[in-house]
Design a binder for this molecule. Structure first.
Ligand code: NOJ
Length: 550
């Protein structure tokens, strides 16, 4: 397998709107990120991925772009961007931008022109139909087709009606996108995270879909379209091949069996993808807000399936949370009594699986979900649309609110908690664009930086450890005790060494652990401190890594 910098790196995702506000307007910005570069360097991450910072009316917080060549004024300007990029490079880190090209904003010039008349030269940049061709639903509730009164036709939008889908069948669209990618690459950025990239090639027969299982619709109808790989190979040739950059495709709807079509090295498409197997485990079949329990064996199976699927030919990125999903410690750990222990245990998981780890802002300080009591405090279009749809249908709104507390995207979009001062030190202004999590007086960056035993320093230690032990990066992965309901245990090994990882996903003490096999094992790291034997009982949410003598 090829060894390369992006396999050896760790990604840190910044949601700029919520990271740090430098000018008191309540909205995070680029100068705020610049202020915190030393903090990120101290943590020890390698690649910063910024959620979109381009001009946008913010119907979906920047995932609706109105101009790919300019910076959202609330975030700053191109000089700020250049300074940020230089600051990142000066510190030996890299910058990855979000590439959102399945759709634009309805305020993009292309769409403004496209909607003007049926024979406008930009008409074909989007997907227009005289009648609604099918029953497709948008990810943000309601029809995926909207009638535009100006020309009396419907346009497709898999997300909000203000995010019309681009028509990738049109070579003019593709050339515009490659040109724009080269613009940013020529500025010296180090790669792209590609938003819903499996959706860009549409099924031109536009079949009806069965929405009793939304996950299946995504996989079989929205993602993996007929010309997708042709487009990705073209994009590689025309925009990426000349640069030493990485790409990571956001890949909802891609099952393990299709993985290497995207990331198989010889195919020259993407460096890696984010897979979603574990992310949908607790979604009910109809909606993410209709939460169902998840089990550890199925969680483990996801990682094993993906590991086997990519094998030696491809590579994936591993994430446990991002700007679209609940906080890692609230979802997979215990964010109450064992918040610190379980956050550290999950850090071990993230940093010892095979794949490039990606962590989301605030995870390193153990930030948790938030539970606002009123819908007025929520900002996310997905949540607000689901609420409106439920209210119109006369559905149980209390039940929905419980689902929002568990699954809503605003759980991870509350401002980064820097200090215990008002608004968590995120803004010097009166009102952040979304309220801070009320737990900031005790969960904040200042506090973890003062405590040598904190989650932050545990991440710092593990990030360094991963670099010192390349087996944790490139080594094979072999789980133990797959059926165990509370234990996630596995080995990583190659010619340089063998490592055994034991993670307790429960409040209980776990005894009767599986033995890692022949040889002497010494304790390498853990969230509770050293013990004598790899099979010594694991305490609540304990995680340990052992190094074997081979
Ligand atoms: C996936 C992004 O991660 C999400 O935040 C966004 O709403 C949709 N794609 C649409 O761009």
């Amino acid at each position: 397998m090829t060894q390369t910098w992006w396999k050896e790196s760790v990604i840190y995702q910044i949601y700029p709107r919520s990271f740090k506000d430098s000018n008191g307007d309540g909205i995070g910005d680029l100068r705020g990120i610049i202020e915190k570069l030393d903090y990120l360097k101290e943590l020890g991450v390698d690649i910063l991925w910024l959620s979109p910072i381009y001009a946008s009316p913010n119907d979906d917080n920047g995932y609706d772009i109105s101009d790919y060549y300019s910076i959202m004024p609330e975030f700053g300007n191109m000089d700020d961007f250049d300074e940020l990029l230089a600051g990142i490079h000066d510190r030996g880190m890299k910058l990855v931008m979000d590439l959102v090209v399945n759709h634009t904003s309805d305020e993009h010039d292309w769409f403004r022109a496209s909607r003007q008349s049926r024979d406008n030269p930009y008409r074909d940049f989007y997907i227009w139909k005289p009648e609604k061709p099918n029953n497709w639903q948008s990810f943000f509730s309601g029809d995926a087709w909207t009638l535009d009164p100006a020309t009396g036709e419907y346009y497709l939008h898999l997300f909000s009606r203000r995010q019309p889908d681009l028509n990738w069948e049109n070579p003019g669209v593709r050339q515009e996108i490659y040109k724009m990618m080269r613009f940013w690459l020529d500025k010296g950025i180090d790669g792209f995270r590609m938003d819903v990239i499996p959706f860009i090639s549409k099924r031109l027969d536009f079949p009806d879909a069965d929405f009793s299982d939304f996950g299946k619709v995504v996989e079989e109808v929205y993602a993996n379209g007929p010309r997708l790989h042709e487009f990705l190979q073209e994009m590689y040739r025309e925009a990426l091949a000349d640069y030493d950059v990485m790409t990571v495709g956001e890949a909802p709807g891609v099952p393990p069996g299709l993985a290497n079509l995207y990331v198989g090295e010889s195919r020259k498409e993407l460096s890696m993808i984010f897979h979603f197997g574990h992310m949908f485990l607790d979604w009910g079949p109809k909606s993410k807000f209709d939460v169902r329990p998840w089990s550890l064996p199925e969680f483990k199976q996801v990682f094993l399936d993906w590991h086997r699927a990519v094998g030696e030919e491809g590579w994936i990125s591993i994430f446990l949370d991002n700007h679209d999903f609940p906080r890692v410690v609230s979802r997979w750990g215990n964010d109450d009594r064992y918040r610190v222990e379980s956050a550290k245990m999950l850090a071990i998981l993230l940093l010892t699986l095979r794949g490039t780890p990606s962590l989301y802002q605030g995870t390193e300080i153990g930030m948790t979900n938030v539970a606002f009591s009123t819908i007025e405090d929520y900002r996310d279009i997905e949540t607000l649309n689901a609420w409106k749809a439920a209210a119109t249908a006369g559905a149980d709104l209390d039940q929905l609110m419980k689902g929002i507390h568990r699954q809503g995207r605003d759980n991870v979009r509350t401002p980064m908690q820097w200090t215990d001062s008002p608004n968590a030190g995120f803004t010097a202004g009166q009102a952040p664009w979304i309220k801070v999590n009320p737990n900031y007086p005790h969960i904040n960056a200042d506090a973890v930086l003062k405590d040598p035993d904190s989650i932050f320093y545990f991440y710092q230690k593990l990030l360094a450890l991963r670099k010192q032990h390349p087996t944790l990066i490139y080594g094979d992965f072999e789980p133990m005790a797959m059926d165990h309901e509370r234990l996630f245990a596995y080995k990583r090994w190659d010619e340089n060494g063998v490592y055994a990882v034991y993670l307790n996903f429960s409040d209980e003490i776990l005894a009767d652990l599986p033995h890692p096999g022949e040889g002497e094992y010494s304790w390498l790291t853990g969230n509770y401190g050293p013990v004598g034997s790899p099979v010594a009982p694991l305490r609540a949410w304990e995680g340990r890594v052992w190094r074997g003598e081979v």
